[in-house]
Design a binder for this molecule. Structure first.
Ligand SMILES: [Zn+2]
Length: 274
C-alpha cells in the first residue's frame, strides 16, 4: 500500500466509523470516485494535506447532497494569495470537468475547511449546466446548499446558520425595494455584478423551498437534491426541466409554483415573504 492509499484508508475509517452498513457501502462508492490532479508543484507533505482536505470535503458534500452521477475530480494549483483559497471554479464538461482550486499553503487546514469556497463549487455540480441568464438561480443554489453541507459537518449549528442566512438576506433587503418583479430586479443586480444581491437574493428561493419542504412535506432540500442525482441531473437541459424533476420527486408542484411567484410577484412582495 503506498502513501496515498494509506491516507485514503485512514480517512475513510474516520469517515465511516459511525455509519450503518448500507451507508458504509455508499460512502465507499463516494470516496472511490474522488480523485485529484496536481496542476502545479506540491511537495509530498503538501499533497498529503490537500488530499486529506479534499477527500473529506468531497465526501461530506456528497453525503449531504447525494453522490454525483460521475466521478468528482479536483484540479489543484498552488499560489500565494491574500486568502487561503482562490481561483475556485466548477467545470461542467470538457477534459477538466470537476472543481478547480487554488491553494495558498501558508494557511491552515482549518482555514481551508471553514471557507465556503470548495463546498460552494462542489454544490454547483449537483445541478446541470444552466444558461448564464439563470446565474442568480445557480449561484443562489450554491450559496444556500454549501452552508447546508457545512451544517452537516458541524461548521454551523442550526441556530448559527439561520442567523447567518437572516443577516445576509436582511442586508440586501433595501436593494430589492425597487419597482419590478423579483426576476426583473434580481436580473438587474446580476447585470450590475452586485454579487451579494444576486447570490443571497437567489438563495431566498432555496431558503423558502426548504422551509416549505420541512413544514409541509416532512422532507428537505438535501433529500430532494440527493434523489435528483439519479433522477434528472444527467438528462435535464433547462431550468424548467430541473424544477419539473424536483416537483416529480416530491410529487407536488412546489418548485414550479415558487418560481412562478419569483417571476410574477413584485420584488418587494417576494422579499417580504422570506
Ligand atoms: Zn458559484
Amino acid at each position: 500500500m503506498n502513501r496515498f492509499h494509506h491516507t485514503l484508508s485512514f480517512l475513510f475509517m474516520l469517515l465511516i466509523a459511525n455509519l450503518s452498513l448500507a451507508s458504509k457501502k455508499d460512502s465507499l462508492r463516494i470516496v472511490k470516485d474522488i480523485s485529484i490532479s496536481w496542476e502545479s508543484k506540491f511537495s509530498a507533505e503538501e499533497k498529503s494535506r490537500v488530499e486529506r482536505i479534499l477527500y473529506s470535503l468531497g465526501y461530506h458534500a456528497q453525503a449531504s447532497l447525494g453522490k454525483l452521477p460521475f466521478p468528482l475530480k479536483f484540479y489543484c494549483r498552488q499560489k500565494e494569495m491574500s486568502q487561503p483559497l482562490g481561483g475556485c471554479v466548477a467545470k461542467f464538461g470538457g477534459p477538466k470537468r470537476g472543481v478547480q482550486v487554488g491553494f495558498d499553503m501558508r494557511y491552515t487546514d482549518e482555514q481551508f475547511i471553514e471557507s465556503w469556497k470548495i463546498h460552494h463549487e462542489i454544490s454547483h455540480l449537483h445541478l446541470p449546466w444552466l444558461e448564464k441568464k439563470h446565474e442568480w438561480f445557480y449561484e443562489g443554489f450554491a450559496t444556500y446548499m454549501s452552508r447546508q453541507i457545512m451544517l452537516d459537518m458541524g461548521l454551523f449549528t442550526k441556530e448559527s446558520l439561520d442567523k447567518l442566512n437572516r443577516k445576509r438576506i436582511d442586508e440586501i433587503r433595501d436593494s430589492f425595494d425597487r419597482d419590478g418583479t423579483f426576476l426583473e430586479v434580481v436580473t438587474y443586480h446580476q447585470d450590475q455584478w452586485n454579487f451579494s444581491e444576486y447570490y443571497w437574493g437567489g438563495s431566498t428561493y432555496f431558503y423558502r423551498a426548504n422551509r416549505a419542504l420541512e413544514k409541509k412535506y416532512d422532507t428537505n432540500l438535501k433529500e430532494i437534491i440527493s434523489k435528483y442525482q439519479q433522477r434528472g441531473r444527467q438528462t435535464d437541459k433547462t431550468l424548467n426541466d430541473v424544477l419539473r424533476s424536483w416537483d416529480n420527486i416530491l410529487g407536488k408542484k412546489l418548485f414550479t409554483s415558487l418560481m412562478h411567484k419569483y417571476k410574477t410577484e413584485s420584488a418587494r412582495q417576494v422579499m417580504a415573504d422570506v
